[in-house]
Design a protein around this ligand. Structure first.
Ligand SMILES: [Zn+2]
Length: 344
């Protein structure tokens, strides 16, 4: 991607192979997940997501180690790994706490550094996470960023406790599905929203107690009714706009709304009196710590956490189609690119 714009700015080009420098690892990409952030970066949404062009997009990568640079001793050639996407200073107060997304020097693979819409990717050794034997690169790429983001939202930011009720907006999306799997594992009761009956049926099959149509007027009242009029303890949103306002209205008094995206746009109209009169909390959340990422892979590897459904796996040549599928919201589950697949 050498400029911002529509899907046409994704160009398949030949580049020389990257080389692992000192402290770095070269990975053959087995799978890269296509994320909403890839589309924001392409369209230039700004903030921390301003790309350094030209850039290879894609930050959710798993594959096999091809070579290691000088002074790398704890990563082996042939190992199956997830490539973490965070770059940060490693020394400020936020980094020392593991909250690298809050670091002033925070950068992301696929945004400011070359990412995984490619056959090969190079990354610092500290970004390399060995996969448990039971976890395939496909599942790791599909799970990585969305499970990390959802883990950080639910536990580090919203302080979810067992037995609480959680509302997940757009439960059929990547991060929505991850929030459902993690909240279920933690013993929460779940309500989710989805736009089609097909998705709502699949959400109920995934353990969601009630699936609500957010295209319906007054759906927040319906959520409140499903909780005996009390409202939910925690609401997870990444949609923004009316969905964000609806999630806020669905909260119990002193409930927490945690937000990690705004896929419908950056603005929402909310009732500020409701925020203080009912003492609700609006919490921003981004990314998660390396400790949380290791925890997610352990839980998946031990089978304690349900893996994400995979909607489609496409060759690299169809990156634009993969992003269009994500934007269409017609899919259920994660969309992956596999650079080893032949062009169709
Ligand atoms: Zn830092």
């Amino acid at each position: 991607m050498s400029r911002h714009g529509g899907p046409e700015v994704l160009e398949l080009v030949e580049r020389s192979d990257p080389v692992a420098g000192p402290g770095e690892v070269l990975v053959r990409v087995g799978a890269v997940a296509v994320n909403r952030l890839d589309i924001w970066v392409r369209a230039d949404v700004g903030h921390a997501y301003a790309a350094r062009l030209p850039v290879v997009p894609g930050y959710d990568v798993a594959g096999e180690v091809v070579s290691v640079g000088a002074s790398v001793s704890d990563v082996a050639v042939g190992q199956e790994v997830y490539v973490h996407y965070d770059y940060a200073c490693g020394r400020c107060a936020y980094c020392l706490e593991g909250d690298e997304a809050a670091c002033a020097a925070y950068e992301v693979m696929g945004v400011q550094r070359d990412g995984g819409y490619a056959e090969l990717v190079v990354a610092p050794a500290r970004n390399i996470f060995a996969l448990p034997a039971t976890l395939s690169p496909d599942i790791a790429a599909a799970a990585g960023s969305v499970y990390l983001t959802a883990h950080h939202m639910l536990f580090a930011r919203a302080g979810l406790r067992p037995g609480e009720t959680v509302l997940v907006n757009a439960g059929g999306s990547g991060v929505g599905g991850a929030a459902i799997a993690l909240a279920r594992m933690a013993g929460a009761r779940l309500i989710a929203t989805a736009s089609t009956e097909t998705k709502r049926v699949r959400l109920r099959a995934a353990g969601v107690e009630h699936a609500v149509d957010y295209a319906e007027d007054g759906w927040p009242e319906r959520v409140r009714a499903l909780t005996g009029g009390r409202g939910v303890d925690v609401a997870v949103d990444h949609v923004g706009g009316a969905a964000f306002a609806g999630a806020l209205a669905s909260l119990a008094n002193r409930g927490r709304l945690v937000l990690c995206g705004a896929s419908s746009g950056p603005h929402a109209e909310i009732d500020l009196v409701d925020v203080f009169a009912r003492q609700v909390a609006i919490i921003g959340s981004s990314d998660g710590s390396r400790r949380e990422l290791a925890e997610v892979f352990r839980l998946l590897g031990e089978g304690l956490l349900a893996p994400p459904p995979i909607a489609a796996v496409l060759p690299l040549e169809r990156a634009a189609d993969a992003q269009a599928l994500l934007e269409s919201r017609d899919h259920f589950g994660r969309v992956l690119l596999d650079p080893r697949l032949p062009a169709e």
